[in-house]
Write a protein that binds this ligand. Structure first.
Ligand SMILES: *Cc1c(COP(=O)(O)O)cnc(C)c1O
Length: 375
């Protein structure tokens, strides 16, 4: 099965992990700091604080800027649930802005959602395609709001040659197995603000500061959200390969774009020429006349060995959110969910694999040219 996204682990990754396993420190050694420095160098951000997942990193970020009960956060619902979960967890209310047909938050819909309770804007770079950060920062500045990016898909993406990770108050990355690089599970918050960095470090490690000799002091509430040394060693090794992974994924995506450019039944994400996308995903957006047969198409793709997936069921359609905040429907978000299929596009694929994916996808989709859906 060719997966929509998967990891590539090579001999030097395994050697890096083995070296740590043979050493003394499996936790709280030097590798985490080394990984954090490498993340800063790569993104151009001043501080990186590694976590054991992007979910705990998001929680850390929301805590670090004191998001609390009754605050509102403007975000979008085309994301993994944890983007919203972690601020619901601190008592804040998600205010979902509609998306555009590329899956990113519609920057023109943000301003009318701002109230006196709004504290932050939390955009998601869907599939790795950068959101309109310049516009979002203009709005945030005008209304004195924080910008916290969920960049779980977007390590290596950039706008005007500036890497995602250094633009906003805080930026969160994920190193889950299938994200742009992996530490198996892991995440990080990047920031240029020393105060946030210090709070994040306390939050991730019990709120404890070291004093003299054996003495330490717990000064604030904290958890154990630390990344292991083993995971950090894998991250250091993987980060060196990120640009190569992104080149491979972009080569496949560019090949797909070429194969699909005259197709009428679907379209794909258009990438602005001043940006680079990590291509964490390659999303197909089906035209409305194919919405009713998406299940049929999806099943046929899987039968042919294409490990496709749908990103994402709108967060507000999950029963937890419906029970807590009531039923919700945003037109483009709902449409996007009915339209989207992520095709296999990952760094383990050859160009022959890419050709097989494009051939197979087009064969299946062309069956619907005249007859539409079969039910
Ligand atoms: C994967 C993902 C997360 C959560 O990442 P974990 O490291 O698995 O906790 C959050 N947001 C988005 C957009 C994601 O894709």
């Amino acid at each position: 099965m060719l997966s929509y996204s998967t990891q590539l682990i090579e001999a030097d990754d395994i050697a890096a992990v083995t070296e740590v396993l043979h050493g003394q420190l499996l936790a709280q050694g030097p590798k985490v700091a080394e990984f954090e420095e490498a993340l800063c160098r790569y993104t151009g951000s001043e501080y990186a604080v590694a976590f054991n997942s992007a979910t705990s990193a998001l929680s850390g970020a929301y805590h670090a800027c004191d998001i609390t009960k009754d605050d509102e956060i403007i975000t979008s619902a085309i994301s993994f649930v944890s983007t919203s979960n972690m601020f619901v967890d601190v008592g804040a209310k998600p205010v979902w802005c509609d998306v555009k047909l590329d899956g990113n938050i519609d920057e023109n819909g943000i301003e009318k959602l701002i109230t006196s309770k709004t504290k932050a804007i939390v955009p998601i770079h869907f599939a790795g395609k950068p959101v309109s950060l310049i516009k979002i920062h203009e709005i945030a500045k005008k209304h004195n709001l924080l910008v916290i990016e969920d960049a779980a898909h977007a390590l290596g993406s950039s706008i005007d040659s500036k890497k995602i990770g250094s633009f906003s108050d805080m930026t969160i990355f994920s190193f889950h197995a299938i994200k742009p690089i992996t530490t198996s599970e892991g995440g990080a918050v990047l920031t240029n603000d020393e105060n946030y960095a210090n709070k994040l470090k306390l939050f991730r490690s019990h709120g404890i500061i070291k004093k003299k000799l054996w003495n330490s002091d717990m000064v604030s509430m904290g958890y154990n959200y630390r990344l292991t040394e083993v995971a950090a060693a894998l991250g250091i090794s993987q980060l060196k390969k990120l640009d190569r992974f992104i080149t491979i994924r972009n080569n496949i995506a560019n090949y797909f774009n070429e194969r699909f450019k005259n197709e009428k039944l679907f379209f794909t994400q258009r990438i602005e020429s001043n940006t680079i996308t990590s291509r964490h995903l390659y999303p197909i957006i089906l035209n409305p006349e194919l919405h009713c047969c998406k299940e049929e198409i999806f099943a046929q793709l899987q039968q042919k060995g294409l490990g496709v997936q749908v990103h994402y069921k709108p967060i507000y359609q999950n029963s937890f959110y419906e029970e807590k905040f009531g039923k919700f429907a945003l037109p483009v978000t709902n449409d996007f969910y009915r339209s989207e299929i992520s095709l296999p596009c990952n760094q383990t694929m050859s160009m022959e694999d890419a050709k097989y994916v494009a051939d197979t996808f087009l064969d299946i989709i062309h069956k619907y040219t005249h007859r539409g859906c079969s039910f």
